[in-house]
Design a protein around this ligand. Structure first.
Ligand SMILES: [Ca+2]
Ligand SMILES: [Ca+2]
Ligand SMILES: [Ca+2]
Length: 175
């Protein structure tokens, strides 16, 4: 799903709405299933970044920080930016971690340099991969993993920005 401008600003309480560019937001989510422990999202017609990005990954599942936990999630964008979650800030109560199911939410800042490199070719692929220790449990069908990426994009009339906007318009019409 793709949101632009006003919509993104309205729903993103944490987002600063800049007058300099267009805030673009990409988000999606998927259930954690027996075979679904890797989630690949590719976006095309992506406007060039004018700022660093903010990536939040959140979900519900068999994540833990209890040592020596290996119940982790790795995210990667185009092989350019990557990191591993979730740290103790991602848990509602780091001192009371459930063995099998926890709410998690962690936010990373992606540097301007990385965002510029990632968006330079007009597309990006975000991959979320659960460690093998993150189990699927039949009695936890509501387990999921989701993300939201936002950044300030160059509004470039007469150039790539317009082409990207046209692409978005086409995508929206197809819905
Ligand atoms: Ca566990
Ligand atoms: Ca790219
Ligand atoms: Ca486990």
């Amino acid at each position: 799903m793709k949101l632009i401008n006003g919509t993104a600003c309205a729903i993103g309480a944490l987002l600063a709405c800049s007058a300099a560019g267009d805030i673009v937001v990409y988000n999606d989510s998927a259930s954690i299933t027996e075979s679904g422990q890797e989630f690949v999202y590719t976006f095309n017609n992506v406007p060039l970044a004018l700022s660093g990005g903010t990536l939040t990954v959140f979900g519900l599942g068999d994540y833990s920080i209890v040592p020596p936990s290996s119940e982790t999630m790795t995210w990667d964008m185009d092989g350019i930016a990557t990191d591993i979650g979730f740290n103790e800030e991602a848990f509602e109560d780091p001192n009371n971690i459930d063995l099998f199911q926890n709410d998690v939410s962690q936010t990373w800042a992606v540097s301007f340099g990385d965002m510029a490199a990632i968006t330079a070719d007009g597309s990006f692929t975000l991959t979320l991969t659960n460690a093998t220790a993150v189990n699927f449990f039949v009695d936890q069908p509501d387990d999921f993993l989701a993300f939201r990426l936002s950044y300030d994009a160059i509004p470039a009339p007469g150039s790539a920005g317009v082409l990207a906007a046209m692409g978005l318009a086409v995508m929206r019409r197809r819905r």
